[in-house]
Design a binder for this molecule. Structure first.
Ligand SMILES: [Zn+2]
Ligand SMILES: [Zn+2]
Ligand SMILES: [Zn+2]
Length: 166
């Protein structure tokens, strides 16, 4: 038996967004870094769904949401800031960004990515991290970072697929 990740089941996503914003404000406050209104706006856009978004999509959304023109380097700097503070992660295989649900501690992030609905679920698994380090150590390799990106079908999309078969 398994528990589907929140991102893959029905939930009030408005809470995900507001929780993320509250957590980000609090963290930035504690760390003495500034969550400017643009940084916060970018974070909110990244959190629009549990699907990773690329920089261009974010710039598009930002352009529509705002009356002033925002230059791409400004958006990249905001993304860099959010990455640096661990508020978002980059998914390399998609060249896209996703909000981190537990940004208070720095961690290695791994993702389960649904190839159908594009939802990405973060895996933060101490056992997996330890195992990766052990496997690398067996080859005499010292690990600085790792990120696994696993593609497949989420529970909801597997069910949809079954429906199609009937
Ligand atoms: Zn959500
Ligand atoms: Zn994370
Ligand atoms: Zn899916």
């Amino acid at each position: 038996m398994y528990t589907p990740a929140k991102a893959c089941s029905h939930h009030n996503h408005g809470h995900c967004i507001s929780d993320a914003i509250v957590a980000a404000r609090q963290l930035c406050d504690e760390r003495g870094v500034r969550l400017t209104s643009l940084r916060e706006q970018v974070l909110e856009l990244v959190w629009q769904s549990h699907q990773p978004l690329g920089a261009y999509t974010l710039m598009d959304m930002l352009g529509k949401a705002s009356t002033r023109q925002i230059a791409p380097p400004t958006v990249y700097r905001a993304l860099d800031f959010l990455l640096e503070e661990g508020l978002i992660h980059r998914i390399n295989s998609l060249n896209a960004f996703i909000g981190c649900p537990s940004p208070s501690q720095k961690h290695q992030s791994h993702f389960l990515i649904c190839q159908d609905c594009k939802v990405a679920v973060e895996l933060d698994n101490a056992q997996l991290n330890q195992h990766l380090n052990d496997v690398a150590a067996e080859s005499g390799f010292s690990v600085t970072s790792h990120s696994l990106e696993i593609s497949g079908l989420c529970p909801a999309c597997q069910t949809d697929g079954n429906k199609d078969l009937l």
